[in-house]
Write a protein that binds this ligand. Structure first.
Ligand code: DX5
Ligand code: ZN
Length: 219
């Protein structure tokens, strides 16, 4: 894989009492994106953070805020996240009746639009959005919690998404999220991923380990 691998620490595994400092620390440790998991206790069985917190964190890093919305509906909140400072806004197609419309709204807000494929979501859903999306996120766990194990059967989806991206000729990130470790990172990269989300693997061991943890994921 010649393409540059980018690492997106998921702040879900950070110390929530010190989130701003945690973001600054992973930024300085070499993070490429800051991955923000937004959960509503409805689309997924967990509640995390909303636009007010994203806004409060914005000043702690200039790296792209990669905002993963696990909320339904997402449409009423897209502008709030854009205004709060999200750079990439990703949605799940199951979150609303018109996900293509949601992606267009994100683009109209001047942000990068991402689509997320759950382990149970067929890859065919991508066919309709290859001309719109800036990022495809393949989940390698069922969303809701950090610290789960990588589902290897999703590697085929990463390979399929890579083929679609190459055929499109467009500049689309292929991101993988869930259970990334130095070992599973290699598998994801070999399948064609170029952005790796890593919560547990980044934040384990505390701030003195972040740089080492992040570089261990680059393959
Ligand atoms: C799961 C989230 C992931 C998660 C990753 O719903 O989307 O971003 O925090 O955590 P790890 O890297 O610990 O699997
Ligand atoms: Zn995520």
């Amino acid at each position: 894989m010649s393409k540059n691998i980018r690492i997106a620490p998921s702040i879900l595994s950070a110390d929530f009492a010190r989130l701003g400092e945690e973001i600054r620390a992973v930024d300085e440790a070499g993070a490429d994106y800051i991955h923000i998991d937004v959960m509503d206790g409805h689309f997924v069985p967990n509640i995390t953070i909303g636009p007010l917190v994203v806004k409060a964190l914005r000043g702690f890093s200039e790296k792209p805020f990669d905002t993963h919305l696990m909320i339904s509906p997402a449409d009423p909140y897209l502008k709030n996240f854009a205004d709060a400072g999200a750079d990439i806004i990703s949605i799940h197609p199951e979150a609303g009746p018109d996900f293509i419309g949601s992606l267009k709204t994100i683009k109209d807000l001047g942000k990068k639009a991402g689509i997320v494929i759950n382990p149970g979501t067929p890859v065919a859903v991508l066919d309709e959005v290859m001309d719109i999306v800036d990022l495809i996120l393949v989940m390698t766990v069922n969303p809701g919690f950090g610290g789960q194990s990588f589902i290897e059967s999703q590697l085929e989806k990463i390979t399929a998404a890579r083929a679609l991206i190459n055929a499109s000729g467009r500049d689309i990130d292929l991101e993988v999220d869930g259970g990334i470790t130095p070992e599973t990172a290699k598998l994801a990269i070999a399948a064609g991923a170029d952005v790796l989300v890593a919560g547990t693997a980044t934040f384990t061991g505390g701030p003195l380990r972040y740089a080492e943890n992040i570089s261990a994921l680059r393959g």
